[in-house]
Design a protein around this ligand. Structure first.
Ligand code: UDP
Length: 245
């Protein structure tokens, strides 16, 4: 790993990353709400080269019926990567990784959705990765929470997320695929920005406890910026156009 990091030069002499970013810089991010017509709510997110759609249906009748819960809605979440979203051929069906990430996304989203307001119903959340270049789970959660809001589902907060990595000994915000592959650590974080609580935290690799603290602080700063973009996307979607203009 170390030799590969050196060959690829994850941080150059000026402290810049493979794509020219500073360590605490996010990739260019574009977020839009209400982009699909057939779903009740939807969102699109671009984080650098990572591109994802999220679509929400419901609350609607539960299928199959035996999954119905008497006291709350079922949140059904499906994270899926299009087979053309990655370099190598991806199997058409759901891989183990996709099944696991569907659960990870659901558990994060369940912390903010008022499911008890819709007993005996189902809310379906589809996260479709169109192009993957690192950070699909975090961008997927960010888009999914916006799509839920766009569908008018009552929530205590939005969720925004990013990953902090460690490359060539340096902590970096919002790692891309190369940094993820050749770096020393990858830590996806999702937060509810208004309440400032963490709803997803994973760490692959190694960090000292000081680095972990700093990484969380970096993630939190990035998440605040992503949250602003979510709010702007909602405002743009629901801004009232004056008829007199
Ligand atoms: N990736 C890939 N093929 C796969 C799974 C992942 O090429 O089957 C790439 C993709 O760019 C993804 C990155 O590896 O974004 C990192 O994957 P990881 O499992 O860490 O999840 P992510 O960072 O996307 O949440």
């Amino acid at each position: 790993m170390m030799t590969e990091s050196k060959e690829i030069k994850l941080i150059d002499e000026e402290g810049r990353r493979v794509d020219g970013r500073r360590p605490d810089e996010l990739r260019p991010i574009r977020i839009e709400a209400g982009v699909l017509e057939k779903s009740d709510g939807s969102a699109y997110i671009e984080v650098g080269r990572t591109k994802i759609f999220a679509a929400v249906f419901g609350p609607r009748e539960v299928h199959p019926k035996h999954l119905e819960l008497p006291d709350r809605a079922v949140l059904n979440c499906r994270y899926h990567m299009a087979s053309f979203s990655v370099d190598e051929r991806k199997p058409l069906g759901m891989t183990r990784r996709e099944i696991e990430l569907s659960k990870v996304l659901r558990e994060a989203l369940e912390t903010v959705v008022f499911l008890e307001e819709f007993p005996r119903t189902m809310i379906d959340v589809f996260v479709e990765v169109i192009q993957a270049d690192g950070g699909t789970r975090t961008a997927g959660i960010t888009a999914a929470s916006l799509a839920l809001a766009d569908a008018g589902i009552p929530m205590s907060d939005l969720i925004a997320a990013t990953a902090v990595g460690k490359v060539a000994g340096t902590l970096v915000l919002d790692i891309n695929d190369i940094e993820d592959k050749y770096g020393e650590a990858d830590m996806p974080v999702a937060m509810t920005p208004r309440r400032n609580s963490i709803v997803l935290l994973q760490l692959n690799g190694r960090m000292t406890s000081e680095e972990l603290k700093k990484a969380l602080e970096m993630a939190s700063q990035g998440i605040k910026k992503i949250y602003q973009l979510q709010i702007e996307a909602l405002k743009k979607r629901y801004s009232v156009v004056s008829l007199e203009e």
